[in-house]
Design a binder for this molecule. Structure first.
Ligand code: SF4
Ligand code: SF4
Length: 366
């Protein structure tokens, strides 16, 4: 995994046998991946040619390794895996061949050689209860703080590392915390989800590695490019929500008709994530499209925020026109597609006659 300390990204790729022509292709694809204008390709090339590579150290604490599992399912792999695995990922307990003392030595060597320059990625919540979770005889919080000290930035992937996740759910027996509760003197970027969408993780990491800057963040330190809108804003079932047409139970007529899942506990209206736009499995589908309510996995305390299948208390009234307008404003093709689908669903819903609409939704139409 180790490269020459001063190699640029381009030099590392060149040593891997990547041709100049393929490098340009990679730089072009990277520009798109980072959500930059095509005119920025030259800037990305310059960054990759001149900036020394930035190593990544990836730590695990109280986690199920689902986030790492997800990231290995990232599509657009030739690019992101190339940047992460071949160029930058120096230490990852699950993916690296070394183990035990050898792995620890690799981590220490990277921390010393790149002090102040590496990116620390954390997966899993950090237990702070007395005697909880030690690795090699050291408390998790000490391991975190040691690695955080020399990091230029920290990325918390998954709800556990960001907000405590499942381990921090009541009664929180290990007194688990998200990283930003414990590290307050370094930039901490939260990339929550359970797991996060793979492309959201890789693109956030690649943004720092290649551009050397932090992405713009929201008030929960989530990158705005992925967490600026709610799941509800772009949901394919949104037209039905606006028309007051809901599934009342799994398998009822409303459910079969593809109606809104709000009454089945959908947390889409209060959950900020990009699932309807990027989707999962190479854009194949996403939970609500596949028939399951959003659980709110990118929000703090989602395990304690009411039952997963318990409807929220009141509807959130947002005009559906704002959905299409919002999608057009950000110029995201996928968003526009979703908005169009929303509009089509809304038209379908508006033209549904009482005979077409399930009887058990009649009460919801007023
Ligand atoms: S409540 Fe859920 S299913 Fe209904 S429109 Fe919003 S995100 Fe989609
Ligand atoms: S639909 Fe909701 S619960 Fe499902 S992955 Fe997206 S944000 Fe998480």
């Amino acid at each position: 995994m180790f490269q020459n300390k001063n190699d640029t990204i381009y030099e590392v790729l060149e040593k891997r046998g990547i041709s100049r022509r393929d490098f340009f292709k990679i730089a072009t694809a990277t520009t798109a991946m980072l959500g930059l204008e095509f005119t920025q390709v030259g800037h990305v090339i310059a960054q990759m040619e001149t900036k020394p590579r930035v190593p990544v150290i990836w730590l695990h604490f109280q986690d199920c390794t689902g986030c790492s599992e997800a990231i290995t399912r990232s599509y657009n792999p030739s690019l992101e895996r190339l940047i992460l695995n071949d160029v930058s990922l120096d230490y990852h307990e699950t993916l690296m061949a070394a183990a035990g003392h050898q792995a620890e030595a690799a981590k220490q060597a990277t921390m010393q050689a790149y002090a102040g320059q590496y990116v620390l990625v954390v997966e899993g919540s950090v237990p702070t209860g007395f005697g909880m979770t030690s690795i090699g005889g050291r408390a998790a919080v000490d391991i975190l703080k040691e690695a955080a000290d020399g990091a230029m930035a920290i990325i918390s992937v998954g709800n556990c590392a960001a907000f405590g996740g499942i381990p921090a759910a009541k009664p929180n027996p290990t007194n688990a915390h998200g990283v930003w509760d414990l590290v307050t003197d370094k930039p901490v970027i939260n990339v929550p989800g359970c797991p996060p969408i793979p492309e959201v993780m890789t693109n956030t990491i690649a943004h720092i590695l290649i551009l050397g800057t932090l992405p713009e963040l929201d008030k929960l330190n989530r990158p705005k490019m992925f967490y600026a809108q709610t799941v509800h804003d772009r949901c394919v079932r949104r037209g039905f929500y606006d028309a007051g047409l809901y599934a009342n139970s799994f398998g009822d007529e409303g459910y079969k008709a593809g109606y809104c899942l709000f009454k089945l506990g959908c947390k889409g209206p209060t959950t900020y994530n990009t699932c309807p736009s990027i989707k999962w499995n190479d854009g194949t589908s996403w939970p609500v499209e596949a028939g399951h309510p959003c659980l709110g996995c990118s929000e703090p305390q989602f395990w304690d925020a009411g039952g997963f299948y318990q409807g929220q208390s009141s509807l959130i009234d947002t005009p559906s026109l704002a959905v299409a307008a919002g999608a057009a404003a950000v110029g995201v093709v996928a968003g526009a597609g979703i908005a169009a689908a929303n509009a089509a669903n809304k038209r379908r819903a508006e033209h549904a006659t009482p005979a077409q609409a399930p009887a058990d939704n009649e009460e919801d139409k007023s």
